[in-house]
Design a protein around this ligand. Structure first.
Ligand code: FAD
Length: 392
């Protein structure tokens, strides 16, 4: 059977792309290697307010809202940031994925669960995906292909589109907690070198403890778990640690003739925090628009699909670039730098001013980062000039 579109991956991004295309009347098949949601998602499930306003989620998948967070420096100094009203929603990611797949199904998309895509190929006639299901092989054919298979599935390499240039590993476990009502962020070389760790309350007495690290994320997670347990903040682990890769840079190329790559598979992720659901959904919309034009005009040329990359880069590229360079700068900062920044912020109330700034956003960090980097650079230049002048 020939589908209009084959989508590989039933994460939020694949299911949403499928929903948009199926609702336009196209015949869509979603190929998903897992045959059921098994509670093994590694995602913390924090979605910013803007994301939930633009892509409403069913109320029953929302576990709680967050309007504040506490940041801990390596030595334990605290900065609490709080803004009126919900700034973020903490969702049950498994339930969200199921709900989004359900919506795509309602629009007529077909879900092939337990089908693992082994190889994808594109010819002048169409796209072919070779799958394994119940130890048998199946071949699916479509007029176009959406690769939404998440981090490093290998399919983008097969299609000649490369791999994300940089990535980090996330590790997380569910825990019983005592008196944790706010999102907590922990910084420092001993906790999560170059990145950060979090304790996010989900339900009364429950939370998610996780971190990002380039090396040994499991070891750092156990260390943090033991430390918070000794403090009485974390009581016990409910699940074993789970791990997931997060791309920090986009793929070198996110399209080919008949093909678009979307979401984590394309590296459409905030390099500052590793959050990828919102940017992935924004790009899914852009992908569906270009696919719709290609299918309607029967034009599957590379040039037609290049429009998708131009569109998503127009929306996100600046944000991804600034975020990535800010991230690399932060990775070079030692604990003493972080302590100094905490001191300056606490002394001058800078965190409060940042929260009040017009361009403060949970999802868009570029504007503020650029301001901070520019004032940091300017500060450096002024200090250097001053010391030269006084030396004379
Ligand atoms: C520890 C951790 C915490 C995170 N916390 C947050 C957060 O709080 N907020 C946020 O926005 N983001 C968070 N993220 C990132 C977020 O999980 C991803 O950005 C998001 O899941 C991307 O969605 P996606 O649909 O592109 O990919 P995925 O959700 O990864 O979905 C890809 C799907 O494709 C399937 N698949 C893969 N290969 C194949 C194959 N060969 N054949 C068939 N199916 C295949 C997979 O089984 C999966 O279902 C976190 C990530 C980690 C690791």
């Amino acid at each position: 059977m020939m589908y209009d579109v084959l989508v590989i991956g039933a994460g939020p991004v694949g299911s949403y792309t499928a929903e948009l295309l199926a609702s336009s009347g196209y015949r869509v098949a979603v190929v998903e290697q897992r045959d059921k949601r098994d509670g093994r998602s590694c995602c913390t499930g924090i979605l910013g307010r803007e994301c939930v306003e633009l892509f409403p989620v069913p109320p029953d998948v929302i576990l709680r809202t967050a309007s504040s967070a506490v940041f801990f420096s390596p030595s334990g100094k605290r900065i609490r940031v709080c803004k009126e009203g919900p700034q973020a929603y903490i969702v049950n990611r498994e339930a969200l994925d199921t709900a989004w797949a359900g919506r795509a199904r309602e629009q007529g998309a077909e879900f092939l669960l337990g089908y693992r895509a082994l190889a994808a190929r594109v010819t002048r006639e169409g796209a072919t995906v070779a799958c394994e299901h119940d130890r048998t092989r199946a071949e699916l054919r479509g007029r176009a292909l959406v690769v939404a298979s998440g981090f490093a599935s290998g399919l983008t390499r097969q299609l000649g589109l490369g791999d994300p240039g940089d990535f980090v590993i996330g590790a997380q476990l569910d825990v019983d907690v005592q008196d944790t009502e706010e999102v907590e962020i922990y910084l420092g070389q001993e906790v999560a070198p170059g990145f950060f760790a979090w304790l996010v309350p989900t339900m009364p007495g429950r939370g998610r403890l996780g971190l990002l690290s380039r090396h040994h994320p499991g070891t750092y997670l156990v260390k943090l778990y033991n430390r918070l347990r000794a403090q009485g903040k974390v009581l016990s682990a409910i699940t074993p640690p789970r791990f997931g890769g997060i791309p920090l840079r986009p793929l070198p190329k996110t399209y080919a003739s008949r093909v678009v790559v979307v979401g984590n598979a394309a590296g459409q992720v905030k390099p500052t925090t590793g959050g990828g659901v919102y940017y992935g959904l924004l790009c899914a919309q852009l992908a569906a628009e270009v696919l719709h034009q290609a299918l309607a005009s029967d034009d599957f040329s590379e040039e037609r699909f290049a429009q998708y990359e131009r569109n998503w880069k127009r929306k996100l590229y600046r944000e991804l670039q600034i975020g990535y360079y800010a991230r690399r700068l932060y990775e070079r900062a030692g604990d003493s730098h972080i302590e100094r920044v905490f001191d300056i912020m606490i002394r001058n109330g800078i965190h409060e001013a940042l929260l009040r700034a017009d361009d403060f956003s949970f999802d868009w960090h570029g504007g503020l980062l650029l301001k901070a980097l520019t004032s940091h650079l300017l500060g450096g230049i002024i200090r250097a000039l001053k010391s030269r002048l006084t030396a004379r």
